[in-house]
Design a binder for this molecule. Structure first.
Ligand SMILES: *Cc1c(COP(=O)(O)O)cnc(C)c1O
Length: 398
């Protein structure tokens, strides 16, 4: 298959193919335009990069290990490596992005940070870097999520953030995004909005992917050391908004030797109404400033997504993934709640690693796809399972 390299780099308006862009209300224009003008210059600055790298090493604990999963490999007769983002400070890949964005915000002279959060993971990662830099932090969170995610709410408070409950709509992630955007409209000069995934208007998807690209940068070095070649046959990652997957794929996007696999949450099944498989079921539309696939009804109303995993139930998908799917550069699979739970228990029993439920969806690939014995498969374990223990306990099979 021939792949047009340009399809995976955004153009000046932030489009990946026909996806992406910045569909924003007039009132946000100057904020987004300002960010668009300065983000590349700041990120590519040598001092900024040195500061980011130091933080990644000494605070986040990078490089995260690339671990050869011996017993899991035996079981599926292939070579499986796990990229251990679960071992990062705060327990997931999200800190790579929030650390990058807080340094950027500081350079832009911003003194106030806002963020949205669903399960609270991005809220905790944002509150963490705000405590680290002494910058004021406000996290918007749906009231329904606040009730379900008490531990993360308490963590954010302990870290000094103000958690603002959102009572509109279904009182979940999508509504928290809307409220954060509203805040940004009212406070354009002093505030930076830290979006938690490769979603939202340009330049967010590109900026977040760049901060997360440290994942594939490390995989290259680590594979060369372990396998004598710097590329795998397959890369596998779960996809909510798509940031850990975008970071995992980033440095391999134009390398056709590497097959890319994203795994969405099928919820109770792609043939039910309770699902979050946006690439399988979504239609082209606009959500939070970006043209992409969106879960919507026949009238174009955005529908509520469902997954057992709170980190995957976003009704959209990052535009880079919409384009990777449309151009068939990457394949997307859908894994159900039950399959993800099975995969989580299996990893725990075979490798002694309790994964986040989101990451367990990626692990579900081994039941759906057969790999060859000499294939090298690198799967990103996006987070650890501490936050999901209650769900796991309720599903113990005794
Ligand atoms: C938030 C989260 C995800 C989903 O977000 P992406 O932007 O798709 O990576 C996946 N895994 C974990 C552990 C998360 O916290």
């Amino acid at each position: 298959m021939t792949v047009n390299i340009m399809d995976y780099n955004i153009n000046n308006e932030g489009f990946y193919g026909e996806f992406g862009g910045a569909y924003i209300p007039e009132i946000l224009y100057s904020n987004v335009e300002n960010l668009k003008k300065c983000y590349l210059e700041i990120i590519e600055n040598r001092e900024f990069q040195a500061e980011f790298e130091t933080l990644m090493r000494d605070y986040v604990g990078r490089p995260s290990p690339l671990y050869f999963a011996n017993r899991l490999s035996d079981k599926y007769s292939t070579k499986i490596y796990l990229k251990r983002e679960d071992l990062n400070h705060t327990g997931a890949h999200k800190i790579n992005n929030t650390a990058g964005q807080i340094l950027l915000a500081r350079r832009m002279g911003k003194t106030r940070i806002i963020a949205e959060t669903g399960a609270g993971q991005h809220g905790v990662a944002t509150a963490t870097v705000c405590a680290l830099t002494g910058i004021k932090c406000i996290v918007y969170m749906g009231h329904t999520d606040i009730l379900r995610q008490n531990l993360n709410v308490q963590k954010m408070k302990m870290l000094g953030a103000e958690v603002r409950a959102v009572h509109s709509g279904n009182k979940t992630l999508k509504d928290a995004c809307n409220e954060a955007i509203r805040d940004w409209c009212c406070n354009p000069s002093d505030t930076h909005y830290i979006i938690g995934s490769t979603v939202g208007p340009h330049p967010y998807p590109d900026m977040v992917a760049r901060f997360q690209s440290i994942i594939s940068k490390e995989i290259k070095h680590q594979l060369l050391e372990k396998e004598g070649r710097n590329y795998p046959d397959y890369l596998v990652a779960c996809v909510g908004g798509g940031s850990n997957a975008a970071g995992t794929f980033y440095h391999y996007l134009n390398d056709n030797r590497v097959k890319l696999i994203g795994v969405e949450a099928a919820g109770k099944g792609v043939d039910t109404a309770e699902t979050a498989a946006t690439i399988k079921l979504g239609k082209k539309g606009i959500i939070h400033g970006s043209r992409t696939f969106v879960m919507q009804n026949d009238d174009g109303q955005i529908t509520e997504p469902y997954s057992i995993s709170a980190g995957l139930d976003y009704p959209g998908i990052g535009p880079v993934h919409a384009n990777l799917a449309a151009t068939q550069r990457a394949d997307y699979y859908a894994v159900t709640d039950g399959e993800a739970l099975d995969a989580a228990f299996e990893l725990t029993e075979t490798e002694g690693i309790i994964p986040a439920l989101e990451s367990a969806h990626a692990l579900g690939i081994f039941k759906q796809k057969k790999f060859e014995p000499d294939n090298i498969v690198v799967l990103t374990l996006s987070g650890r399972g501490d936050k999901d223990m209650e769900t796991y306990i309720n599903n113990f099979k005794l």
